[in-house]
Design a protein around this ligand. Structure first.
Ligand code: FAD
Length: 537
């Protein structure tokens, strides 16, 4: 199979134009084009009067060798790489010891799935509830302010990204094509097949819920087991080796291999790890606000007269500004046509994040605008980043009125340094609600100064970004893990045999797909360390 990259066509092109483009690029006749598939399709909107699709295509032709020889110097024509995932180990008859995976976010689900596919019959532990029950609890919080610290946006089957935009792309280096494995499993579990080729795939919250259920079924059908409402309370360590896990309520599961896929908000579990002298290191992350604009404003700024074109869909953006005070501000987790959500996992805290449905048809665009912070900003031990996050989350709770409303301010007022008293043309989407106030004391001074400089700078790239009535809602603090659970090259925690920290909480991923890929790597690391397993690579 041949791969052709950089095939550019106008957004209104027909299928025959795509075929013709292949024939022209390869300089072949129709009878020598046996078929083709779209490997990737992305949008180039840098020039509004010439918005194009850019295709990467896989082409079948009986003339493959001749074409490759003739176009040897063309960087955009090559043999298509083999992207098939191959298992690195297999277990033919059940092992006595079953590996344990803690957490069923994307990392834990993929670690569990891979272990199950290799025959290890893993046991997955999840402190929260099944995804449907968890959805009920989360919506109850958003609608009625009833908060459940074990079942919320961060905790429960599917992990932190379940109530999200479901963006399924990542910028990680991927020489083994593990992203392809993740997306292929997503499709097998019920995601739309287009995620395999669309440049920036997303599936939205409700489809993600179905996919999570599909992944669960796959794990169970392969002999895996999932225990919900089962929190890992402690590790049973002997001579710095894992011998079992202790559950909330006192039960113990004997095991020699534990994948810790606990996400970035398992603060009690991080404390337990510190008590057990697991090597932890404080890590940089970012803090800021969610900003909301009318989606039509973003579409107009990005696509000009093509705004609203059904093939383009609602526009997104990605912005960065380096500030005079040395900080960087960037947009993060942008959700076109979405809503701002309450994402705390602790009582008495307010945390923002964003989500959308597959249709992305809500009136507002939202994104986090965040400022990078480093351990120099929160000196202390490895847990000091958590204390830093909590301090601002509790302050936001107080500024919001101590009832889980979030503090909010109009961009015009924020830039002019005056409190907001009402809303304008943009209706804030955060539920249970917002309290219009003054955000200047809701984050450290350097972060406020950086945001006040960055928003007008972003307005030069996205006209209208500094719209007077755009709404800022605070605070966004759970952008990534505040610490690393340090691991060695073999994937095991430094100094503790049998403990495999993985995913976003351990500091090795950021996002649904990269966490899932890290789950695959953790499963492979476990498989390599079990001598009874037949090693295949
Ligand atoms: P998590 O998903 O956090 O999963 C950890 C799991 O471990 C949780 O289910 C938790 O309940 C469980 N757990 C924790 N402690 C214990 C314990 N002691 N015992 C048992 N279980 C435990 N990323 C994207 O790529 N695209 C997006 O569109 C996107 N949108 C997002 C929207 C929101 C609202 C949020 C909150 C996040 C979003 N993210 C998005 C980020 C993404 O969700 C995370 O990067 C990803 O979920 C991390 O995966 P993980 O498996 O490492 O951890």
């Amino acid at each position: 199979m041949l791969r052709i990259t950089q095939v550019r066509l106008p957004i209104n092109h027909s299928e025959s134009m795509l075929r013709d483009a292949i024939l022209t690029r390869l300089d072949i006749r129709t009878q020598h084009l046996e078929g083709y598939t779209i490997f990737r399709r992305s949008i180039d909107a840098r020039r509004q009067n010439r918005i194009t699709f850019i295709y990467t295509l896989d082409v079948n032709s009986p003339k493959e060798d001749e074409i490759l020889a003739r176009l040897a110097g063309d960087p955009n024509v090559s043999r298509a790489p083999d992207t098939l995932y191959r298992f690195i180990a297999r277990v033919r008859s059940p092992l006595r010891e079953r590996p344990v995976v803690v957490g069923t976010g994307p990392c834990g689900l993929f670690a569990g799935l891979l272990l199950a596919q290799m025959g290890f019959r893993p046991i997955l532990l999840e402190r929260g509830k099944t995804v449907r029950e968890r959805t009920t609890d989360t919506f109850r919080f958003w609608r009625k302010r009833v908060f459940n610290p074990e079942s919320n946006v961060q905790f429960g089957e599917g992990g932190a990204g379940t109530f999200s935009d479901g963006k399924l792309y990542t910028q990680i280096r991927d020489p083994r094509h593990l992203v392809r494995k993740v997306l292929t499993e997503f499709v097998a579990a019920g995601a739309p097949p287009e995620i395999l080729y669309v440049g920036k795939p997303h599936i939205g919250t409700f489809r993600l819920v179905k996919v999570v259920e599909g992944l669960r079924k796959a794990i169970l059908s392969l002999g895996g087991e999932i225990r919900f409402q089962t929190r890992l309370r402690d590790l049973d360590l002997q001579d710095r080796m894992v011998r079992g896990v202790i559950l909330d309520g006192g039960g113990r599961i004997p095991c020699n291999h534990v994948i810790l896929a606990i996400g970035h908000s398992a603060r009690d579990t991080f404390e337990m790890l510190a008590d057990r002298c697991v090597t932890l290191m404080p890590k940089p992350f970012s803090v800021g606000f969610r900003i909301e604009h009318p989606q039509a404003l973003i579409d107009q700024a990005r696509y000009g007269r093509q705004a609203g074109h059904p093939l383009l869909g609602p526009a997104d953006y990605k912005l960065v500004h380096h500030c005079q005070n040395g900080r960087s501000v960037y947009s993060f987790c942008m959700c076109p046509g979405g809503t701002v959500v309450a994402a705390t996992s602790e009582p008495g805290c307010v945390v923002t994040n964003g989500m959308s449905q597959y249709s992305r048809n809500e009136p507002n665009a939202n994104s986090a605008v965040v400022v990078g912070v480093t351990p120099d900003d929160f000196p202390g031990g490895p847990l000091s980043g958590i204390a830093f996050q909590r301090q601002w989350e509790q302050r936001a709770f107080a500024l919001g009125g101590n009832n889980y409303d979030a503090p909010a301010q109009l961009v015009g007022d924020f830039l002019a340094d005056r409190p907001s008293t009402g809303i304008g043309v943009v209706a804030p989407s955060y539920r249970p609600g917002v309290r219009m106030s003054d955000l200047k004391n809701s984050l450290p001074d350097y972060a406020i100064a950086a945001l006040r400089e960055a928003i007008p700078a972003f307005d030069k790239k996205i006209r209208g970004f500094a719209l007077e009535d755009a709404v800022l809602t605070g605070v966004e603090t759970r952008t990534s893990s505040p610490l690393w659970i340090v691991r060695d090259k073999d994937g095991q925690s430094t100094g503790i045999q049998g403990l495999f920290p993985a995913g976003e909480g351990a500091g090795y991923a950021g996002g649904i797909v990269s966490s899932a890929v890290d789950g695959i790597l953790a499963a492979e690391a476990v498989a390599r360390s079990i001598p009874e397993a037949e090693q295949l690579d």
